[in-house]
Design a protein around this ligand. Structure first.
Ligand SMILES: Cc1cc2nc3c(=O)[nH]c(=O)nc-3n(C[C@H](O)[C@H](O)[C@H](O)COP(=O)(O)OP(=O)(O)OC[C@H]3O[C@@H](n4cnc5c(N)ncnc54)[C@H](O)[C@@H]3O)c2cc1C
Length: 539
């Protein structure tokens, strides 16, 4: 992907403009481009910088929606879960979850529910099967589980993925089908003629230029910012989104050794808690807190941090402290607002998606979850074709391998991040290896506590539209999440590598490093790291 090529592609009129480069927008862009429509996508910041890089990173049917009796929603998500594993095996893996039972009834109760989960998944798309296990097996699988009162448990399977990398794979896939995609390019206005939306005004933050892009139909896929765009269409548009914040803590791997995730369906105050092995770390989440203010970098509330630390301590034998936290991050769920049903409680608001078409023809997609992005895209583009008077074409995405997916079927479904350093790039790994063959110093690890190589920085800038240090350290690599302090320590080196590629000067480097240090500091609960502290051990 390349910015100047994207602008060249935009010289021709487009059929569909998608606003927003998260799961919903990228899914819609790929859906439209793979049907042969001419597509542009504009993302105000970076791909997945909104909610889509801040998820629990599960490709799941939603075990907890089973208890709400929403079998249709679960079945649809399970179908999409299987498709994701099939079409993007380089960024999706199979993960076993253990539900511990501390009451006599819990094992059989969850066991029956999870058998239903297996049945709903169907034979074709089934991951591993669920099974009841005894106390010894629970301890063997999760050696750090709290054993007091433990009776046994249930094992079931779901998918796990790297959310920001899936976003890049989707962007690349849409690009391969001819779409023009730009990040750091906010849509500032909608073009209207005779009461119909005819395109957008977009500002390229890199060049500073503003351009009008005409289109037959505009798709609003802006997540928690949905209502802002709807009000560019009509000042009186009603609110469609109610945001709910979810927080995660990243802890060292030794809090949860072994291969299984821990899932507590109902904590004593009725919440769901996950502790998940992810990329050599332990991810603990999440919360569900209704909030009023939408911000680009949402801040975890002290109450949310306390809930996660306290409950992790309750189910794990070692109690995590604030100093153990490698990174804390928050995301905002764009839930569909249904005031009468909701009763002010976001946990009762629909997690399903909605496609809405305004009187002027703005097609808005909102809600859903990462797992169902493809189905959301399909439903959105069906409506967009009708709204924009485009030829109605059949969807091909159900069996479409995503960019980077190996040609010949599945990769071995190992755990994510433990299949080799470059495996998340899929078939692009060969090109990164070629970079290293040309310049062997690019094969060095950037930091002993992080799995990333200097070559990945060069690749991110050249091929993945990375423009800022945050783009590279938070989303092209996941350095920020894996270890915020270590990521801050490599900020200067990475900025220098980027500046060489982007032909930027020392002032740009310094500004990038300063902004990134502030971001990384905000992700730590312990003492604040000193900027550019020496790396702990020689590379
Ligand atoms: C804590 C948490 C955990 C979750 N866990 C899971 C999980 O494990 N599995 C799962 O399947 N789902 C999960 N989800 C749900 C999933 O992450 C979201 O449903 C999904 O990421 C929403 O994507 P989106 O594209 O709608 O929104 P976003 O990712 O926020 O994308 C919207 C984009 O629009 C851009 N934008 C806004 N205004 C403009 C403009 N004017 N011009 C251009 N661009 C604009 C924003 O910058 C943003 O990048 C979780 C969500 C949260 C919050």
């Amino acid at each position: 992907m390349d910015r100047s090529v994207a602008w060249q592609r935009l010289a021709e009129p487009v059929d569909v403009v998608v606003v927003g480069g998260g799961a919903s927008g990228l899914g819609a862009a790929l859906e439209a481009a793979s049907r042969g429509h001419r597509v542009a996508l504009f993302e105000a910041r970076d791909f997945a910088q909104g909610t889509s890089s801040r998820s629990t990173k599960l490709v799941h049917g939603g075990v907890r929606y089973l208890s709400q009796g929403d079998l249709g929603l679960v079945r649809e998500a399970l179908r999409e879960r299987g498709r994701l594993l099939q079409n993007a095996p380089h960024v999706v893996g199979d993960l076993a979850f253990l539900v511990p039972a501390y009451d006599w009834w819990a094992g059989p109760y969850y066991g029956v529910g999870l058998k239903l989960y297996d049945v709903l998944a169907g034979k074709k798309h089934r991951f591993g099967k669920s099974a009841l296990v005894d106390r010894e097996e629970v301890q063997r699988r999760i050696p750090t589980i709290e054993t007091q009162g433990l009776r046994g448990g249930v094992v079931y399977h779901d998918g796990q993925f790297d959310d920001a990398r899936l976003a890049i794979s989707l962007a690349h896939s849409a690009w391969d089908h001819g779409a023009a995609l730009l990040n750091h390019a906010p849509v500032t206005r909608l073009l209207q003629e005779d009461g119909r939306i005819r395109g957008v005004v977009v500002r390229d933050e890199v060049s500073g230029q503003e351009r009008e892009i005409r289109a037959k139909v505009v798709v609003n896929a802006t997540g928690v910012w949905t209502d802002e765009l709807r009000r560019m269409d009509s000042q009186t548009a009603s609110a469609m989104v109610t945001p709910s914040q979810g927080v995660h803590l990243v802890l060292p791997r030794d809090f949860l050794p072994g291969d299984d995730a821990l899932m507590v369906p109902r904590t004593d105050d009725g919440r769901v808690l996950f502790a998940i092995p992810w990329m050599g770390r332990t991810l603990v989440g999440t919360t569900d807190t209704p909030i009023d203010e939408v911000s680009v970098e949402p801040r975890p509330l002290e109450e949310e941090i306390r809930f996660l630390l306290d409950h992790a301590a309750r189910y794990l034998s070692r109690d995590p402290s604030r100093e153990d936290v490698l990174c804390v991050f928050a995301g905002l769920r764009p839930l569909v607002r249904r005031p009468r049903e909701a009763g002010g409680q976001t946990s009762k608001v629909s997690r399903d998606h909605t496609v809405h078409v305004s009187a002027a023809g703005l097609v808005t997609v909102v809600g859903g979850k990462w797992t169902t992005y493809r189905k959301m895209g399909e439903d959105t583009i069906n409506r967009a074709e009708a709204t924009g008077g485009l030829e109605q074409r059949a969807s091909v995405t159900a069996n479409l391998p995503l960019h980077g997916a190996p040609d010949s079927g599945h990769l071995p479904h190992g755990r994510l991040g433990e299949r080799g350093v470059l495996s998340v790039y899929g078939t692009d790994a060969a090109a990164i290896e070629a970079l290293i063959a040309e310049r062997p110093e690019l094969g060095e690890r950037l930091h002993p506590a992080l799995p990333y190589l200097a070559a990945e920085v060069i690749w991110a800038v050249r091929e993945e539209l990375a423009r800022t240090l945050d783009d590279v350290l938070s989303r092209r690599t996941r350095a920020l999440l894996l270890d915020a302090r270590a990521s801050a320590e490599i900020a200067t080196r990475v900025a220098s590598l980027m500046a060489g590629e982007l032909k930027q000067d020392a002032g740009w480097e310094a500004a990038q490093v300063e902004a990134y240090q502030a971001l990384a500091n905000a992700c730590l609960l312990g003492p604040v790291p000193t900027p550019d502290a020496p790396i702990a051990a020689p590379v």
